[in-house]
Write a protein that binds this ligand. Structure first.
Ligand code: H2U
Ligand code: ZN
Length: 351
């Protein structure tokens, strides 16, 4: 029998960052690439929408009025999943029925006053403003004694459940560390204890040496399709310096983050020539007052699309009952993303 070839043979890959496994079936992706077939009309949005609850000066659902903001704007989510004053308590019946009261704060962050822009259409200084807002919010919310984790994220596109096309993200800050960052804490801590370096420092070294899965980089950041990617065009954005949270990024690293976010999301939009949907967010150290030297800040991008503007990956069947599975390899996806232009398709078509 021929020897194992990860571009041919089904195999499992280990996610060193969260401890999960994923099944890769490269032999099933031999079908021809069908990207860019159905191109929907380029969506035209006004710079200001009087009916949008996030535009400057507009009234939100609860009657609050947004200021005439000119860069970013943050407000407490009017329909937050968590709120601060929850009575302490819970349920425990034989260790089988367990519940714990959970408290927290939900916020909405507008990236721009412009209703018609998205991250890839904003310029680097404007995206840098978003990075600074993330840092300020992490600092402020994390310093609260009852907040032990600050989750910053963006749902982009109706496919991901975003309620409004106005560029915005959310923050859920809470008493406990949610499951995903908790799993990453376990993995990173075990690695750090053994090697005295962060897991992502050593992982990045392998990826940069190998180059196969690196999509783009700059002086301070690398964006790559992780070896263990679940979503077809999933990426991981990692700072070269092992910082634990976004507040530790210096000026140059913040500018460079804005640069890599812009270039990565332009490539995403150019993949199927649509405003590319995804859920994305930051993972960083819990704000429980511990140092967490094992933690290495990073961003995940989880986009659902697979082969065109409308063909998405479903997490059903085997994936619900077994574990995630993919056909096209992470290496194929990285190659595809690398082949794309960094001129946004809307600009290219306007020229
Ligand atoms: P999403 O698009 O990711 O759903 O985020 C929008 C959030 O905005 C959502 O959580 C909040 C919703 O609760 N919201 C307000 O706080 N005020 C409003 O007037 C409408 C929506
Ligand atoms: Zn708007």
């Amino acid at each position: 029998m021929a020897s194992f070839d990860s571009t041919e043979h089904p195999h499992r890959r280990f996610n060193a960052l969260n401890g999960d496994w994923i099944l890769v079936s490269p032999h099933r992706s031999k079908r021809p690439w069908q990207g860019q077939q159905e191109k929907p009309e380029v969506e035209q949005r006004p710079a200001y929408d009087p009916t949008c609850y996030l535009c400057p000066g507009n009234t939100r659902a609860n009657g609050a009025v947004n200021p005439q903001y000119t860069s970013t704007f943050v407000f407490d989510n009017d329909f937050a999943a968590l709120y601060p004053d929850v009575p302490v308590g819970g349920i425990n019946e034989g260790g089988l029925l367990r519940a714990e009261a959970e408290s927290g704060i939900g916020r909405v962050i507008c990236f721009s006053p412009r209703h018609d822009l998205t991250l890839p259409e904003m310029d680097v200084p404007a995206i840098r403003g978003v990075v600074d807002l993330w840092a300020a919010q992490y600092q402020e919310l994390g310093s609260h004694p009852d907040i032990n984790y600050v989750q910053i994220f963006e749902n982009k596109g109706s496919m991901m459940g975003a309620s409004n096309p106005h560029p915005h993200g959310q923050i859920w800050a809470q008493r406990t560390v949610p499951t995903e960052p908790a799993k990453e804490t376990i993995q990173q801590l075990a690695y750090y204890k053994e090697h005295s370096r962060t897991l992502l420092t050593d992982y990045l070294e392998i990826e940069v040496r190998n180059q196969q899965r690196v999509v783009i980089d700059n002086e301070h950041w690398v964006a790559l399709v992780p070896f263990w990617a679940v979503w077809p065009f999933e990426t991981l954005v990692v700072p070269r310096r092992a910082v634990q949270d976004v507040t530790q990024l210096n000026d140059a690293e913040r500018d460079a983050l804005a640069d890599i976010l812009r270039r990565l999301t332009i490539r995403y939009d150019n993949l199927f020539e649509i405003s590319f949907p995804y859920s994305a967010g930051l993972h960083q150290r819990p704000t429980d007052g511990e140092e967490h030297p094992e933690w290495h800040l990073h961003l995940h991008f989880y986009p659902p699309l697979l082969r065109s503007a409308t063909v998405r990956k479903f997490m059903v069947g085997y994936e619900m009952l077994g574990n995630p599975q993919r056909d096209i390899t992470p290496e194929f996806s990285a190659d595809k993303l690398r082949s794309l232009s960094e001129v946004h398709y809307k600009q290219a078509s306007a020229q």
